[in-house]
Ligand binder design. Structure first.
Ligand SMILES: Cc1cc2nc3c(=O)[nH]c(=O)nc-3n(C[C@H](O)[C@H](O)[C@H](O)COP(=O)(O)OP(=O)(O)OC[C@H]3O[C@@H](n4cnc5c(N)ncnc54)[C@H](O)[C@@H]3O)c2cc1C
Length: 175
């Protein structure tokens, strides 16, 4: 015999997106009945599992593919701005949940760390410089730095600079 249960929200999959949506909906209306279904025997075992992703909050700081350059050399920062703004909204939501004691101490699940893009070769260095100039002018990326000074690069990323040809053109911008 088939039994049916009436619910307001059905969340398909137990990854971070379902969990976030459920937490948001619960804040908006805690009378909503919700059900989460998962095809695997455990939760958060796909992309959300820390061993299955890169482990950083994508915020557009160092993901160079978020700022593509067209054939005529124009860098489009629109996607990086949108993603960074979305990430800020996530940070605000998590902060709120920490204040409500729904989430544990932030250091148990998220920690700030410098993001760094490193490129070499004239073409890529020109791209990084353009990207930096455009992003730096925006308040979301105002802290961004750029350097082509070897000593500075060595202090930012000693292992990457080890045994590197100091005459080759390489630059980076951390944030
Ligand atoms: C290699 C890699 C690296 C990444 N690195 C980063 C990173 O550094 N920073 C970042 O912000 N993002 C990163 N991402 C993206 C991020 O991991 C995903 O955007 C996020 O985890 C997606 O969450 P989700 O809940 O949508 O999906 P998932 O965590 O994949 O959850 C989906 C769940 O749905 C279940 N499911 C699917 N179909 C059904 C069904 N029919 N019925 C029931 N259950 C079902 C699955 O079993 C799974 O548990 C990375 C992703 C990948 C793949």
């Amino acid at each position: 015999m088939t039994t049916s249960k009436k619910i307001d929200v059905l969340l398909v999959g137990s990854g971070v997106m379902s969990a976030t949506l459920a937490a948001l909906l619960n804040e908006l209306d805690n009378s909503l009945s919700m059900m989460m279904v998962e095809r695997l025997p455990t939760v958060a075992a796909e992309s959300t599992d820390a061993w299955n992703n890169a482990g950083t909050g994508h915020a557009g700081y160092c993901e160079l593919n978020y700022t593509p350059m067209s054939d005529d050399g124009v860098v489009d920062i629109g996607r990086a701005l949108a993603i960074n703004a979305s990430f800020e909204a996530s940070l605000q939501f998590w902060s709120y949940l920490v204040e409500q004691k729904t989430l544990p101490m932030p250091k148990n699940f998220i920690n700030p760390t410098p993001h760094l893009s490193f490129v070499w070769g004239n073409e890529d260095v020109d791209f990084l410089r353009k990207r930096y100039d455009l992003l730096k002018a925006h308040h979301l990326f105002a802290d961004m730095e750029f350097s082509d000074d070897i000593a500075t690069l060595e202090s930012w990323m000693p292992l990457i600079m080890q045994q590197r040809d100091k005459n080759s053109k390489s630059r980076c911008n951390p944030r």
